[in-house]
Design a protein around this ligand. Structure first.
Ligand code: DMJ
Length: 673
């Protein structure tokens, strides 16, 4: 650095430089003396020899260096701290523990900081963690923090390690793979010259959390108020005459029992939450807490109790964050598991939830295809929440098996499957109505639930819709309504169940999720038909089944009704599809159609002392012949979809965050768009 020689050449600065902490100088010729006293004296002498100015400069320099030192220490503190914390976080990202693969996530929505869980979920991209689903309704004082999202349980067939959004290149590769797998099914003859194209569009982006937070609350509409009034009226009947029982018999002011598990009450829980019926919800919650017991020697239908009870409890848990509902869901979920103990792993239709035994119906060893393939959303979600993969494994196995089965007709499935052989039975009959309907619905919805990664599900769905187009679509006369008929051993029947009216909504949901646009066109045509199934009937209410006229006949409408099919059970499917159509198109006509239907329910099915009743004759406005029964799905589904249909708030059960089970219970999408 600074040498003594250089100092000599520069007199004015010599002294300064000579004291530049050069200990060699101090040793001098006297030999080495390094005693403390000597050193101290020598330094002091030197100091004394300095001028006042030099001393001041040195002192100033010392002070300056000290200040710099302090400043740089504090600014290094933060990175150091975060470095330390990061390594602690890294340690928390625990490796998979053998035997506890799906480490039990905290299912209780314990108060936590918005990003408190980041470290727990290595699979999530290190972005801001998602906010809880945005649902503003519901009794606010019961509103715990919504449960946190866990994506540990990978969807079936998911080969990717991370669930985070893949980089673009990866994305394209995956999309292409799925296109290849179902391409054959979607290409129209006139498109066959197209090069292999990516049919799956990027889904629309959901509103960002920030935008949601800034949004003004959307006021409820007059029509929604009318739905609340209808719900309250239905609830009054149930409360007065059927409290804690399965279904209200509104005319006889009593009840009917199916499973003896308070079916209507459980089915209605999340509807009350969504409608904001605080008092009713609290009362019902109390009943669940104190009186709902599954340890009963009773046979329940696996499908019905899964979609209504398990589905209802899970969605109420998600909306309210109240762990009571998850505990009950776990209990019933475990009690339903014996159904899967069959030679083929295709579950039996019935389970005794007290004894833990299961069996098929007395007259057959078959199960219904729709029933065994429409329990997946619920069991998969139960696995995700509990960390116990047995639920998901059991239902995934069913889907995998059905995927490989022969006996399909261009993706259309028969209605029965044998629990011993695992094969389809009663081959050759194809319908989208009873016994097959929700198979198709759940193919799409599972694919959405699992983050659109399970290609086999999409493949089966796309193929099936092509099968519908090829074998089941026809047009009626005189109005040329597009409808979905049935095929029996090669013969087309122009018969359509009201149940099939779930299809326009499902097609629209698929199109919204990036599937081919002609699904939306078909949805538009079919919802018009479903509406006509109401509008062309004397009461303005649809019968259970219609037959369409294929040939124009003077004085005949499109829709014919057989005497045995004239009943209306207050079913939801048309209103359900109207809801999807309005959400995705904003076309007010769908709301108007729904409004007409609600008014006709009020006119022909409302019982003055409380409740609504299904009716036997939709063709007789002067006597629709009440059946004296209010189905639980009227509260669980029909009125819920009505309320959502009349809402302009897309965040009231946002369809990019939730997927509805077949009983209208919203369950979270694991990887929301
Ligand atoms: C409901 O239980 C479900 O929607 C099921 O998928 C079909 N039947 C009724 C409603 O109609």
């Amino acid at each position: 650095m600074y040498s003594a020689a250089a100092a000599a050449a520069s007199p004015p600065r010599r002294d300064f430089i000579s004291v530049a902490l050069s200990p060699e100088e101090a040793v001098g010729a006297g030999g080495y003396n390094n005693s403390k006293a000597w050193r101290r004296r020598s330094w002091w002498r030197k100091w004394k020899q300095l001028s006042r100015l030099q001393r001041s400069i040195i002192l100033f320099l010392f002070a300056f260096l000290a200040v710099c030192g302090v400043i740089s220490y504090t600014s290094m503190g933060e990175p150091w701290k975060s470095l330390t914390n990061k390594s602690l976080d890294d340690q928390r990202t625990e490796p998979e523990i053998p035997g506890l693969k799906l480490a039990n996530p905290a299912v209780l929505p314990a108060p936590q900081k918005a990003d408190a869980n980041l470290g727990d979920y290595p699979e999530l991209s290190p972005q801001k963690p998602p906010k809880p689903p945005h649902v503003r309704r519901g009794p606010s004082n019961l509103q715990n923090k919504p449960p946190r999202r866990d994506v540990r349980l990978k969807p079936r067939h998911d080969t990717s390690k991370n669930v985070e959004e893949p980089v673009q290149a990866d994305k394209e590769e995956k999309t292409e793979k799925s296109v290849i797998s179902w391409r054959g099914a979607v290409i129209e003859p006139d498109q066959s010259t197209e090069p292999p194209s990516i049919k799956i569009k990027e889904p629309e982006k959901p509103l960002s959390v920030e935008v949601e937070d800034q949004k003004e609350p959307v006021p409820i509409t007059e029509r929604q108020v009318a739905v609340i009034e209808a719900f309250r009226h239905a609830w009054k009947g149930y409360k007065d005459f059927a409290w804690g029982h399965d279904e209200l018999k509104p005319l006889s002011k009593s009840y009917s029992e199916w499973f003896g598990l308070g079916l209507t009450l459980i089915d209605a829980l999340d509807t009350m939450w969504i409608l904001g019926l605080k008092e009713e919800f609290e009362e019902a919650r109390k009943w669940v807490a104190n009186d709902l017991v599954f340890d009963k020697n009773v046979d329940v239908n696996l499908f019905e109790s899964t979609i209504r009870i398990l589905g209802g409890l899970l969605s109420t848990y998600h909306l309210s964050g109240d762990s009571l509902f998850l505990e009950k869901a776990k209990d019933i979920g475990n009690r339903l598991m014996p159904a899967f103990k069959t030679p083929s792993k295709i579950p039996y239709s019935d389970v005794n939830i007290g004894r833990g035994t299961a069996h098929p119906p007395r007259w057959t060893s078959d199960s219904t295809v729709a029933e065994v393939t429409s329990i997946q959303l619920e069991f998969r979600e139960l696995s995700r929440l509990t960390g116990d993969e047995k639920f998901q494994k059991a239902v995934d196995e069913v889907m995998k098996h059905v995927h490989t089965l022969s006996g399909k007709n261009d993706g259309l499935v028969p209605m029965f499957i044998n629990t011993n052989s695992g094969q389809f039975t009663h081959l050759g009959v194809y319908t989208l109505g009873a016994r097959a309907d929700s198979y198709y619905e759940y193919l799409l919805k599972q694919w959405i639930q699992g983050g659109k990664k399970e290609n086999e599900l999409l493949e089966d769905y796309m193929r099936a819709i092509e099968g519908v187009k090829k074998h089941l679509l026809q047009r009626s006369q005189p109005k040329k309504l597009t409808f979905v008929g049935e095929l029996a051993h090669g013969h087309f029947s122009a018969k359509m169940d009201h149940l099939v009216c779930f299809l326009p909504g499902t097609l629209a949901l698929g199109a919204h999720n990036g599937l081919t646009a002609d699904h939306m066109k078909l949805a538009e045509a079919l919802i018009e038909t479903c509406y006509q199934m109401y509008a062309q009937v004397e009461t303005g209410l649809s019968p259970e089944i219609v037959h369409f006229n294929l040939h124009a006949q003077k004085g005949h409408k499109d829709v014919e009704i057989k005497p045995a099919d004239r009943h209306n059970l207050l079913r939801p499917e048309t209103v359900e599809s109207l809801f999807y159509m309005y959400r995705f198109t904003g076309d007010k006509k769908y709301q108007d159609w729904g409004w007409e239907i609600l008014q006709n329910f009020n006119k022909y099915t409302r019982v003055p002392t409380g409740g609504y009743t299904s009716i036997n004759n939709v063709q007789n406005p002067s006597n629709p012949e009440p059946r004296d029964k209010m189905e639980s799905f009227f509260l669980g589904e029909t009125l819920k979809y009505m309320f959502l249909l009349f809402s302009d708030d897309i965040d009231l059960i946002n369809l990019d965050k939730y997927v509805f089970n077949t009983e209208a219970h919203p369950l979270p999408i694991w990887v929301p768009a």
